[in-house]
Design a protein around this ligand. Structure first.
Ligand SMILES: [Fe+2]
Ligand SMILES: [Fe+2]
Length: 147
């Protein structure tokens, strides 16, 4: 994480910090993610909020993976694997919610922001730095070390 990474305190309606990484298009997508989480915690239709979250994540992750491919970002494969795992979880939550598990959306609303905070710090921050510097930054420092 760089000195330009700022973790701003969340508003009272949100749980956890809202992470800003200093790359405006990525920060805009991340604000959409927080809005989806607020909607999921809100009084609206849960199935609709889960669908909106799923659609958002498909677009969010596809955009980041496009940026990674476009700029030959070295951590592309492991970053994309994390996206894939999160999408699998959201798909399973939707399936279980539709099957009558009334509590599953609450658990997702509690746990997904925690996953996102780690993902943003470990994966998105490196990509944001790479994009800000036109690929001339320390992308190699963020290369995947997973086996
Ligand atoms: Fe992201
Ligand atoms: Fe990501």
């Amino acid at each position: 994480m760089t000195e330009t990474t700022a973790i701003a305190a969340a508003g009272p309606e949100s749980s956890g910090a809202r992470i800003e990484l200093g790359h405006a298009p990525m920060d805009a997508i991340h604000r959409e993610f927080y809005d989806c989480m607020d909607a999921l915690r809100g009084p609206g239709d849960r199935a609709q909020s889960l669908l909106a979250l799923h659609e958002h994540l498909l677009r969010h992750f596809a955009q980041e993976e496009h940026w990674m491919r476009e700029t030959a970002f070295p951590a592309c494969a492991c970053h994309a694997r994390e996206h894939e795992m999160a999408l699998d979880v959201v798909a399973e939550v939707r399936r279980r919610h539709d099957a009558g598990d009334a509590d599953i959306a609450d658990r997702l609303a509690e746990e997904l922001p925690q996953w996102f905070a780690v993902h943003a710090a470990a994966m998105d921050a490196g990509l944001a730095e790479h994009l800000r510097t036109g690929g001339a930054g320390s992308a190699a420092a963020h290369a995947c070390t997973a086996t």
